[in-house]
Design a protein around this ligand. Sequence first.
Ligand code: 6PG
Length: 246
Amino acid sequence: MAEAAGPTIAVHGASDFVGAAADAIADRVRRCVDARGTGRLVLAGGGTPKPIYAALSQRSDVPWSDVEFLWGDERCVGPDDPQSNYRMAHQALLRPIGARPEQVFRIAGEKAPEQACADYQQVLSRGRLDIVLLGMGGDGHTASLFPSDAASGRTDAPVLVTHSPKPPPVRISLSLPTLCTARYVVMLVSGAAKAERISEVWAETRAETPQYPAAAVRPDDGEWLWLLDGAAAARLPSNTKNEQTP
Ligand code: 6PG
């Protein structure tokens, strides 16, 4: 049996990372809308995507009115809470592009977590995910799937309640099998603080049962892309990555 392919890794200089990530995401959104008239874009939380969302919000070449916005995970807080993933994306992307309410499918972090999961299961049943954006935490977590809880993400449930070692402790996350159904899985990682961990995660990308959830979100039948800046990529073997200047 042929060995499973790992991710395609594109490395950009620090000054170019945000623009290049916005270009790559815009390109995939356009491809989805051109092919099927709609694009279901799953947003990540955390600090890394925020400037990328802001850059995307300036892109008038993206058919935003045909895009549906979903989330890969949410913290169990209300939509106005500074820790809300919805709030961050609303401020950086959805409000600037004028997304209509019917395009926005947020996870209701303010509800009882089991109810929020049940509601989101309905959202997920509406069709295949097109593009899943992910970040990676310093511990190798992704979405809200944590290494301490790695087995829980491999559930049959499409969306589940998880427990974060750092606050806010209760989270809702799409499961690994759900994330892996996407046509495009795009992981965004920057900064020297993540260099060691991303090299360990990369080493696990072909493992049968990776310990790091970030190594386990491998699309079943889609493109697997990691977009890194040079600092984050510093410890990856040089033959794994396509270095782009500047
Ligand atoms: C969250 C996330 C999470 C995040 C990583 C990376 O809700 O916290 O969706 O998976 O992407 O923790 O976060 P940073 O980009 O802030 O390092």
